[in-house]
Each structure stands twice: as C-alpha cells, then as structure tokens.
Design a protein around this ligand. Structure first.
Ligand code: PEP
Ligand code: MN
Length: 360
C-alpha cells in the first residue's frame, strides 16, 4: 500500500474545522441508555456515535454485549440525532448484521487486528464496500501487524480507511491500562501521512483523569481525531466504568483542547515545528522512564553488594560500559565527548543510589 490521498477522502467529506470526534458508550446496554447518550451528544463536536454491540472481554464472565438487538437502538439514535454510527465487528456475521442496520463506520478491535485469519475474513466480507473501516492497533506493539491489517482491507478494495491508536499491552504495571508507545503511531504517520489517525485515549488511560492530557498530546502530534468513551452515568456503566466520561465533560474537553491546525504558510511552519516538538517531548518522557528503570536496577545491585559486602565502585566494569557506549554512540552519530558526559552523570547517579541503599 502506497500513501494515497484517497485514503482520507471519507474524512474530508465531513468538512470539519476541528478533529473528528467519535463518542459514545463502551457498550450499548439498553435502548434508553443508547438514546440518552446520543441525545446528550447531539449538539457537541462529536459527529459519530460509538457503541460496542459485541464486546471482546479478556476474561469470560464480564458483560459480553447485547448483540444484534443493540443495532436497532443505534439505528434509532441515528434517526433521532443525525449522528453517524460506528461499532466493532469481529467476524463476517457481525459485518453482515452491522451493514443490515446501516452502521456507517466499522471498527476492527485490538484483539482482532492480531489475527490475520480473522482480519482476512472481515476484509473478504467487506470486499469493495464504500463504508469506512477503522483499524485499531493490535494489542502487542507490532507496527507490521497493524499495517498488515490495513493492507488486507486495501487489497479487498476498501479504500475509506483509518487507524485508531489505543495503546499496547504490557505485563509490567504502568500508569496506563495500555501503554501508548507514541513512537509506533508516529512512525506509521510518517510512512502514511494521508491515512487518518485517531486516538482512543479511553483504552490507553483506563481511567478518566488522564484522558484530556492524552487527547492534547494527540492533537499536538497532528492526529486527525479522537474516539472517547462517553456515558451518561459512567460509574454504573456495564463495561469500562473507570474510563468513561459524561457527555458534559466531553463537551468541556473539546472546548479546552488546543487545536494547532491553522492554515497559511506561517501556520504550516508552526504545525510542523509543533509536531516535531511534541515528538521530542514524547522521547524525553521515555528517557526519564528508562533512566528511572536503570536506577531501580542500581538499587537492587546496591542491596546485593550490601549483603555480600562488595565495594560500590567497580572500575573495571565501569570502563567496559563506557567503551561499549562510545562505540554504540558513534554508530548513532553521537560524539565521544557527549557520551562521556552523559554516562558520567548516569554513573554518578547510580553510585548515589547504591550508596543510599548500602548506608540504610
Ligand atoms: C472498545 O473500543 O470498546 C474496545 C473493546 O476496544 P479495544 O479493541 O481497543 O480493546
Ligand atoms: Mn471499552
């Protein structure tokens, strides 16, 4: 798949002067719930109403969706509010039912994108459709797998395409439910600048208090839209309660978010530099995370040295590290002087950490 302008035709048709906003509950629960939320979103920036009808749950026993019945409620919501609708499809049967109920945009869930067999089954079921298909990143941080799914649709003559960045699983507990790994989405954006890129901050966050900051980062990185889980009574939602926000909060967010997409030559420069600066911010954030992890290991080494009564400073080991880093730095166009400065500082901090452990 080459980068093709036609990929974003469906998005341009909205004619929006702000990013695309997709909002609605994690799951359709009852007809009243669907209609209530849709009406509360009617006059917001959200032009597409989302609701999960079939819910892929990591563990059995959680709410697995209301099934096809909910598609009727979405159809009614569309008639009453004029919003477009979108839902997740995970097999050919879902596709058939969604199309019969006039769903406008279909999305492929993270647990589906990981499976080329299922993606192919869905792509075949949608062969030649003019519906829009949005593909969530796979649960594991693998750009090829993500792009592979996009290509399967493109090859099945589905040309209205976009991707949704919803973060990646990690075994390690982090502040996120799904680690954003912004760099993966930025790489994808650099390779296919015309493929619409939408952030799902809800599934990255897993909690409502960081949805705003994630959304702002996405807009600063020039994302084309947001998909945000929105519920009239988030705490009592049947799925993903902790991460849903009310339509009122969503409206406030869209008012407060800074949109940097301006037009004109000076604005183009500003957009570009802001995007690059945000990329730097993302990497700086990763640097701090990495340094923090390194120091945690230094603490463990300190504890071990204490038990075995070994001196903190091991000059031989330190010289080996430095030699290796200088060589590796050369490959990345980093001067020896710079590597020495950085690693001396890191080493000193490591020693401080170890001494603190030993003296405690
Ligand atoms: C969802 O959007 O409700 C959902 C299940 O998302 P994901 O596939 O990203 O987990
Ligand atoms: Mn959800």
């Amino acid at each position: 798949m080459k980068n093709k302008k036609e990929l974003r035709g469906w998005l341009d048709k909205f004619g929006l002067d702000h990013p695309l906003v997709i909002a609605g509950p994690c799951s359709a629960e009852t007809e009243a719930q669907v209609l209530k939320i849709a009406h509360q979103l009617k006059d917001s920036d959200a032009t597409v109403f989302r609701a999960g009808i079939w819910k892929p749950r990591t563990r059995p026993g959680n709410f697995e969706g209301v099934g096809a019945l909910g598609l009727k409620w979405m159809q009614k919501a569309k008639e009453e509010t004029g919003m477009m609708t979108t839902t997740e499809v995970a097999n050919a049967n879902h596709v058939d039912l969604a199309l019969k109920h006039d769903v406008d945009i279909l999305w492929i869930g993270a647990r589906t994108t990981v499976s080329p067999f299922i993606v192919q089954e869905i792509a075949d079921a949608l062969q030649g459709t003019d519906k829009t298909v949005l593909i969530k990143n796979p649960v594991n941080p693998d750009l090829s797998l993500w792009l592979g799914a996009v290509e399967r649709f493109y090859t099945a003559d589905v040309k209205n395409l976009g991707v949704i960045h919803r973060g990646f699983s990690t075994y390690e507990k982090t502040r996120y439910r799904n680690n954003p790994e912004w760099q993966i989405a930025v790489d994808l954006q650099n390779r296919f600048p015309d493929l619409p890129l939408i952030l799902d901050p809800s599934h990255i966050a897993g909690r409502r208090d960081i949805i705003f900051e994630l959304s702002q980062t996405a807009l600063d990185l020039n994302y084309d839209g947001l998909m945000i889980e929105t519920h009239h009574d988030p705490d009592n939602a049947w799925s993903d309660a902790a991460q849903q926000i009310t339509p009122k909060t969503l409206i406030q967010f869209t008012e407060d978010l800074r949109i940097r997409k301006e037009v004109g030559e000076a604005a183009e420069f500003k957009n570009k530099i802001n995007t690059l600066r945000t990329q730097i911010d993302v990497i700086d954030h990763q640097l701090i995370e990495t340094l923090g992890k390194r120091m945690n290991i230094a603490d463990e080494i300190g504890a071990l040295k204490k038990v075995h009564n070994v001196a903190v400073l091991q000059s031989k080991r330190w010289n080996e590290i430095l030699g290796k880093m200088i060589l590796q730095g050369e490959n990345k166009n980093l001067s020896e002087e710079f590597i020495l400065k950085v690693f001396k500082a890191i080493h000193q901090e490591s020693i401080n950490h170890q001494e603190k452990v030993i003296n405690n």
